[in-house]
Design a protein around this ligand. Structure first.
Ligand SMILES: NC(=O)c1ccc[n+]([C@@H]2O[C@H](COP(=O)([O-])OP(=O)(O)OC[C@H]3O[C@@H](n4cnc5c(N)ncnc54)[C@H](O)[C@@H]3O)[C@@H](O)[C@H]2O)c1
Ligand SMILES: [Zn+2]
Length: 389
């Protein structure tokens, strides 16, 4: 995979990849700078489109969705718009219910096309609504964060959170298309951008050693946001995800590897109320935690652990819960909270908790045989800021 990436000059890169499976899950994923300005023309190519519901948040509305709606109206489409506040707390049943009510109030029928214009929050929320309304509407993702362009836009996992249970109201409903324009990232704040880099390191560390080695060489350029490089990196990640989702659209096999770092990562994201750690920051700490467990269980190569830590630090991501956050609460209280949240996670199975553990760079295993005491030791170190010492 890495050779392919190295040999692709960005200008000649084929911008379209796809999900193709034996089930009724086929869709195209376009990665092209400037593609945001052709959305109306591409929708015009779809059959039986009634009204278009644009779902977005207030930041993205101002930056992109307003102009998109103008373009759609000019092209003759009838549009509806639902704008939520920014932030992961909006990924709730309450906001989903507001959108359902909005759709019913406007008499939206099954030909309504949902356009999710935003990051992973809007994508998950809009996809969830599209999955349930009148037994399912078609939807298109126009992802606007690095995280959603490189990861969450593809895969069809659409969710809302329910209390402490992150992504627990969840269904598979694949999009009709995903249109990725990396130029939209120019307005993304650096911290949000780095949050997306964490998911990219996740891909490389668990699935693709060659790609990981390239990221090691590029860490300075990645941090400075070289446009051509980021476009190629998004394409590489999404192509890899498309290949895996095509084989495993319901996450019963290799698709599970995308959950690497999301076990403890999710628990600390929720423990800090979706407020103090971004999703990718929590994943960055989570992949260190899973590999710490793997090392102690004799599954993870020590060199892989260290190189992952070095890369995450080099790009500017946390590898442990930051001191400033730990200082907010008693370590014992934090430990108890994270442990309780982990027990609620949907990765529980009748045979034990499903962990994704790296073995060596670019490889990993799914295991339900990680002992509880090992997990408890990991959480203790995490809450004391000693994961990487
Ligand atoms: N479904 C999946 O497979 C999957 C995978 C990974 C993550 N997720 C979910 O994704 C969510 C996180 O998504 P996210 O990191 O994209 O965050 P987000 O969607 O909450 O967006 C982060 C912030 O960036 C702003 N923003 C978005 N695009 C912008 C742009 N182009 N310019 C300026 N500001 C912009 C938003 O308004 C928001 O304030 C989490 O809820 C996570 O659970 C889902
Ligand atoms: Zn994630």
């Amino acid at each position: 995979m890495s050779d392919v990436l190295l040999s692709i000059p960005v200008r000649t890169m084929k911008p379209i990849t796809s999900v193709r499976s034996n089930s009724a899950v086929d869709y195209e994923v376009l990665v092209r700078r400037g593609s945001f300005y052709g959305v109306a023309d591409r929708i015009a190519e779809l059959k039986q489109v009634g009204r278009i519901l644009v779902i977005t948040d207030t930041n993205v509305e101002r930056l992109y969705a307003e102009s998109l709606i103008r373009e759609l109206t000019k092209a003759g489409f009838r549009t509806l718009k639902f704008v939520c506040k920014p932030g992961r707390r909006q990924k709730s049943l309450r906001t989903a219910t507001e959108i359902f009510k909005f759709l019913f109030d406007h008499g939206a029928d099954r030909y309504t096309l949902v356009l999710n214009v935003g990051g992973g929050t809007v994508g998950d929320l809009g996809g969830f609504v599209a999955a349930l309304y009148l037994r399912g509407l078609r939807y298109i993702h126009i992802p606007t964060t690095l995280l959603s362009q490189a990861d969450s836009g593809v895969g069809g996992k659409v969710n809302v959170n329910f209390g402490l249970n992150l992504n627990s109201l969840s269904v598979f409903h694949h999009p009709t298309a995903v249109w990725i324009d990396p130029d939209l990232l120019k307005t993304l704040p650096q911290r949000e951008y780095l949050s997306g880099i964490a998911e990219i390191v996740k891909y490389a560390a668990i699935l693709d050693q060659g790609f990981f080695e390239q990221l090691e060489g590029w860490s300075a350029q990645i941090n400075k946001r070289c446009d051509d490089l980021i476009e190629a990196v998004i394409y590489h990640c999404i192509k890899m995800k498309c290949e895996i989702v095509s084989k495993d659209p319901k996450e019963q096999g290799p698709f599970r590897f995308f959950n690497y770092g999301h076990e403890i990562g999710h628990a600390i994201e929720v423990a800090y109320d979706y407020k103090h750690l971004l999703h990718g920051e929590a994943v960055s700490i989570g992949i260190m935690a899973s590999s710490w467990i793997g090392r102690r269980a004799g599954l993870t190569d020590g060199g892989a652990f260290l190189r992952q830590e070095t890369l995450l630090r080099a790009v500017g991501l946390p590898v442990d819960i930051p001191e400033s956050l730990r200082a907010r609460s008693d370590p014992a209280v934090l430990l108890d909270k994270i442990s309780r949240i982990l027990l609620l996670d949907k990765k529980r199975t009748p045979y034990g908790f499903m962990w994704i553990i790296p073995t060596k760079l670019g490889h990993g295993v799914c295991s339900t045989e990680i002992g509880r005491s090992l997990v408890a030791q990991c959480l203790l170190r995490l809450t004391q800021g000693r994961l990487t010492t």
